[in-house]
Ligand binder design. Sequence first.
Ligand SMILES: [Zn+2]
Length: 214
Amino acid sequence: MIRHHPSDELMLDYAAGSLGEASSLALATHLTLCPQCRAANQRLDAVGGNFFAHPVEGTPGQETLNSVMARISSEQAVPRAVAHPLHPALPQPLRLALGCDLDAVPWKRLGIDAYQCVISTRDKIATARLLRIPAGRPVPVHTHCGNELTLVLRGAFSDLTGNYTPGDFQEADDRLVHQPHAEPAEDCVCLAVTEAPLQFKSWAARIVQPFLGI
Ligand SMILES: [Zn+2]
């Protein structure tokens, strides 16, 4: 059961096509695993297409954004989420980006007992990587100073914001001081996307820009 999902803002950015390649990879991979967000994304695509077709002058504010999300939430019943056992095969967007499945990832050592594999993208601002944290160990200190997206693929981790299992999605910024620990049952494999702070400064404009028609 997936309990942690991308924020409305991130979903809107993704639907608008304004996310960078690395973050889009994280969203696309989550959508592969999460029927609830997949349905929401389809509704966003439909609503966004309608707005593009009927543009109106004006600048929407937070109230407008809230009404968009309320409409999207109410327009269609959300399909029941199902437990999603993680198969050895990676979700397709990630497998295509990596060029292999989990059993063939060319891991590189990252500190003591942790491993990473940087995923090659054309993204100049954000970096996508697979992280493998040994069971029961803390995530090693890393150098990101901006926003970070984390999607659990295998195993689980916990921090002060909760427990994250396969399919769960965490958004963190540099205000969140946390030290995630891999749960003891098995190694935790995550897709992590780190961005420089500047990347998110124009979020508000990028989020509402596609919805100028309402
Ligand atoms: Zn979701």
